[in-house]
Design a protein around this ligand. Sequence first.
Ligand code: ZN
Length: 278
Amino acid sequence: MSEQAEIGIIGGSGFYSFLDEVTEVTVETPYGPPSDSLFLGETGGRRVAFLPRHGRGHHLPPNRINYRANLWALRSLGVRQIIAPCAVGGLQPEFGPGTLVIPDQLVDRTKSRQQTFFDGQELPDGSVPRVVHVAFADPYCEAGRQAGLRAARARGWQAVDGGTLCVVEGPRFSTRAESRWHAAQGWSVVGMTGHPEAILARELELCYSSLALVTDLDAGAEAGDGVSHEEVLQVFAQNIGRLREVLFDAVSELPAVDERKCECGSALGGMEPGITLP
Ligand SMILES: [Zn+2]
């Protein structure tokens, strides 16, 4: 089936625009439309579905992204493992622009987002999700993290192994006080999209890991004028080429779906969720 994929990548159009053959697929979900069409292609012998997180043209701010629809749509195409690149601010002076962090923890500082599929709200098919509490002590798939680390290091990019991604509501950047506070907690980087992506992937029993590219030092970690949107875009543009290489290498490093040794695929632990996962 050409309209199926095993691996999902949530990120901008810069990641798939160089693939030879890309099929655009529109997916409907019980939660409404995802951020955009999904774009299916092949790299390193693996079928990959790309989803532009902010929509093509980048029209969706982080707080308006339909995260539930995005994760549901990916799974409905067969995706079981996701790598999610994102742009972040460095909270520690040693994590300057161009640093690649592969976090192993996250802190949720978002305020207004749908964080669960198991909210008791009836779906259009008449099924009703039950209350399910999913373990989230380790929010990222370790196999995915290791694939990202190996891929980065093989290309001479000394990615940071582990660290905490603090996810804020946005779309504004942090105040200096917020940023100093985040830094004082020992957190590594700050972003706006890593949550609830991670928990929604876990609830759908998907492997999920993040490649966090530092585009700026956050306000509390630098002495200048604070972050600007232009600065973020500029650093991202400078690094998109090597990030794409690492991403595609990481995809081919991922285990085959039925050879996974992680526990992501049984996150519901046999609990009856009341709804049928796509
Ligand atoms: Zn996993």
